[in-house]
Design a binder for this molecule. Structure first.
Ligand code: TYM
Length: 328
């Protein structure tokens, strides 16, 4: 069986961008692959976190992943800091990563512009920790949204560099990025990515948003004055809503466009409201049940940590041996 690895940061509630671009696509992979899904708390602390919130968010995300269909009987579901190998391998990979490579990371450039007073070293080496996450499990495929593509290229590059310098050690992972929905845009500005850190909360829909909020945000979503539901770059707002519609309804873009031919945006948006509300409500129900069962959650993440750490240790041992560390 081939191996899949992916992660999500516990830095607040998740948006339907996270869902459509990543988590929803993780679910069917569980049937055919050996999957590792990780709540990356060590990544989250690269920006300041209130400890109390981080604790809450980490458990929220775990419960939410299960509510979205990640099945801990099939997949290894765990918390990054519970497998110390991640930080350990990241340290080694730091030694073969060029400063110039990290300087070119667009996400770092964006984030450093926003937080000049907290430009910490971990924010800079963040993609190296992400490479460690992936390479520890000899991962074949990494299902992510478009914004992670550059980080994936670094992971591939580091795997190849290490393999060339020492000898074959790491599998070189491939990104798995969807053709549609890999970049869900802000509902208020379809030229920027939908993000939970958007200061305008009408720009994003959270997986846990209530019905009223979902409906309001879709009603207010920015469109255009063309007035025809069509999938093209001149209508980025409608294009984005079509991607959301298609992901939640399972219908192809062409089918949807055909359905609304000659009808206005009002009808289209009203149906989209229904589809999103109906798509999210079972997830929200399941979330409540799972999140309230602390003992169950704890059981899951402990089991996950053990499995993950056992697997990761195998790769780390090889790495240590090759670079000349004395085994203890
Ligand atoms: P994070 O937590 O920002 O996002 C989790 C996943 O959601 C995707 N995503 C989107 N997809 C489509 N449209 C959007 N608007 C949108 N916003 C977010 C992201 O691409 C991602 O797949 N560095 C990663 C977490 C990570 C990771 C890893 C991922 C750490 N280690 C190893 C894969 C493998 C991150 O910050 O994702």
């Amino acid at each position: 069986k081939k191996t899949v690895f992916s992660g999500v940061q516990p830095s607040g509630a998740l948006t339907i961008g996270n869902y459509i671009g990543a988590i929803k696509r993780w679910v069917p992979l569980q049937d055919d692959y050996n999957c590792y899904y990780c709540v990356v708390d060590q990544h989250a602390i690269t920006v300041p976190q209130e400890p109390k919130n981080l604790r809450k968010n980490t458990l929220d995300i775990l419960a939410l992943l299960m509510a979205c269909g990640i099945n801990p009987e099939k997949s290894t579901l765990f918390i990054q800091s519970h497998a110390p190998e991640h930080a350990e391998l990241a340290w080694v990979l730091n030694t073969i990563t060029y400063m110039g490579q990290l300087n070119r990371m667009t996400q770092f450039k964006d984030k450093s512009k926003k937080s000049e007073e907290n430009l910490n070293a971990a924010l800079f080496t963040y993609p190296v920790l992400m490479a460690a996450d992936i390479l520890l499990y000899q991962t074949d495929l990494v299902p992510v949204g478009q914004d992670q593509k550059q980080h994936l290229e670094l992971a591939r590059d580091l795997a190849e560099r290490f393999n060339n310098r020492y000898s074959d050690t790491f599998k070189v992972p491939d990104p798995l990025i969807g053709e549609f929905g890999a970049r869900i845009m802000s509902l208020q500005d379809p030229s920027v990515k939908m993000s939970k850190s958007d200061s305008d909360e009408n720009g994003f829909i959270l997986i846990l948003d209530d019905q009223a909020a979902i409906r309001r945000k879709i009603k207010r979503a920015v469109t255009d004055s063309i007035g025809e539901v069509s999938y093209n770059d001149e209508q980025p707002g409608i294009k984005n809503l079509l991607n959301i519609y298609s992901s939640f309804s399972g219908e192809g873009i062409d089918t949807i466009v055909e359905k609304y031919r000659g009808r206005g945006y009002g009808d289209f948006k009203k149906d989209l409201e229904e589809i999103v509300v109906e798509g999210l409500s079972p997830i929200q129900e399941k979330f409540k049940t799972i999140r309230n069962d602390k003992t169950y959650l704890e059981e899951i993440y402990k089991k996950g940590a053990q499995k993950a750490s056992n697997e990761a240790r195998k790769t780390l041992r090889k790495v240590y041996k090759k670079i000349g560390f004395i085994p203890r």
